[in-house]
Design a protein around this ligand. Structure first.
Ligand SMILES: Cc1ncc(COP(=O)(O)O)c(C=O)c1O
Length: 307
C-alpha cells in the first residue's frame, strides 16, 4: 500500500507542506534508531473524525520517551491538541496517525543525550493493515525463527523505533514463506506477540493473552478488548502461552491499532478451531468496530473528536 499524501505534517509546532517535511541525513535517530512513536487511528463518526483513545496513545508515547530518557519538548496536552489540529487541517474523515519523537541533527555518536529532541505528527489514509479479507476470514500465521527481545535488551513497554527491526525481520520471513503475519516467542520460549499486534487465544470461553514479561507491548487495542470482553461477561487472563496453546486453541485473534481485530485462521499450518472466525472473536470484533466509529454509548469516552 503506497503512502497516500495529505496536505500538512506537524513538525515541532509548525504545519509544513507534506513534500517539505524533511530531515537532514545526519539526523541522529536515522543512524541509531533512538526514537519513540505511536500508531493511532481516527475514524469517521456522525460527529466528524474521532481519534480513538488519543490521550492514552500520547500518554504511552511519553512513557516510551521516559524509558529511553528522551525529554519531549511539549506537554501531553499540547501533543493531543497538535494531533487533533493535524487531522483537522488535512480535512480527512478517517486516517492513520503517526506521532514520532526523534533525535535530530546536532551530534553523532552513541550518547543520545546532547541531541535535539524533535517531534512530528503525520496523518494519511490507511486501509485494513492485514487486508479486508484478513479481517473477514482470518490470517495465516507462522511462528518466527526470530525471537522477541529479551526485556533486558530492549524494553517491551516502550515503542522505540529501532526495536522494530526485530519485527521487520520476522515479517519478511513470514511473508516470504507464504504466510500473512509472524508470531514471535520470548527467549524463554513463551508466546510473545506479533510484529505489530498482540495475540489472544480463546479456550473454554476464556480469553488469554501473553504478559509484558513475555515481550508483549501493552496494546491500547488489547486494553479495549479486555474492557469489551469483561463487559460481555467473558473472562480475560494475562498469562504465558506455549506455541502448542495456539495450535489447540478454540479461537485466536490479533489486536492492534493498524490491524484492528483480526481472526487467526491457522498457526504453522494447524487450523485454529474450524478455520473460520469463532463466536468470541466475531463478537469482540463487532463491538470494537462499533466503538471506534462512535456508535456505542458505553465506550464514548474512547472517541476524542477533533472538532
Ligand atoms: C509490537 C506491537 N505489539 C502490539 C501492538 C498493538 O498495540 P496497540 O493496540 O496499542 O496499537 C503494536 C502496535 O502498536 C505493536 O507495534
Amino acid at each position: 500500500m503506497p503512502l497516500q499524501a495529505t496536505d500538512k505534517i506537524w513538525m515541532d509546532g509548525e504545519l509544513v507542506a507534506w513534500q517539505d517535511a524533511k530531515v537532514h541525513i545526519l539526523t541522529h535517530s536515522l543512524h541509531y534508531g533512538c526514537g519513540v512513536f505511536e500508531g493511532i487511528r481516527a475514524y469517521a463518526t456522525k460527529q466528524g473524525p474521532a481519534v480513538f483513545r488519543l490521550t492514552d496513545h500520547i500518554s504511552r508515547l511519553f512513557n516510551s520517551a521516559k524509558i529511553y530518557m528522551i525529554d519531549v519538548p511539549f506537554t501531553p496536552a499540547q501533543l493531543v491538541e497538535a494531533t487533533k489540529e493535524t487531522v483537522r487541517v488535512n480535512n480527512i474523515d478517517a486516517c492513520y496517525i503517526r506521532p514520532i519523537v526523534y533525535l535530530g541533527y546536532g551530534e553523532m555518536g552513541l550518547n543520545p543525550l546532547p541531541c535535539p529532541v524533535q517531534v512530528s505528527i503525520a496523518v494519511w489514509p490507511w486501509g485494513a493493515y492485514l487486508g479486508d479479507e484478513g479481517i473477514a476470514k482470518g490470517v495465516r500465521m507462522k511462528i518466527s525463527s526470530w525471537q522477541r527481545h529479551d526485556p533486558n535488551s530492549m524494553p517491551p513497554a516502550a515503542k522505540g523505533t529501532g526495536m522494530y527491526i526485530n519485527s521487520s525481520m520476522a515479517k519478511v520471513e513470514a511473508l516470504k514463506a507464504g504466510y500473512d503475519e509472524a508470531i514471535m516467542l520470548s527467549p524463554q520460549g513463551y508466546v510473545s506477540e506479533c510484529t505489530g499486534e498482540n495475540i489472544f487465544v480463546v479456550k473454554g470461553g476464556r480469553i488469554i493473552t501473553p504478559p509484558v514479561s513475555a515481550g508483549a507491548l501493552q496494546g491500547i487495542t488489547q486494553d479495549s478488548v479486555f474492557a469489551i470482553a469483561r463487559d460481555e461477561g467473558i473472562e480475560v487472563e494475562v498469562g504465558n502461552l506455549l506455541r502448542s496453546d495456539l495450535y489447540t486453541a478454540d479461537e485466536a485473534f490479533l489486536s492492534g491499532t493498524a490491524a484492528e481485530v483480526v481472526p487467526v485462521q491457522s498457526v504453522d499450518d494447524r487450523i485454529v478451531g474450524d478455520g473460520t472466525p469463532g463466536p468470541v472473536t466475531k463478537r469482540i470484533q463487532e463491538i470494537y468496530f462499533g466503538a471506534v466509529r462512535g456508535e456505542l454509548d458505553r465506550y464514548k469516552d474512547w472517541n476524542e473528536y477533533v472538532r
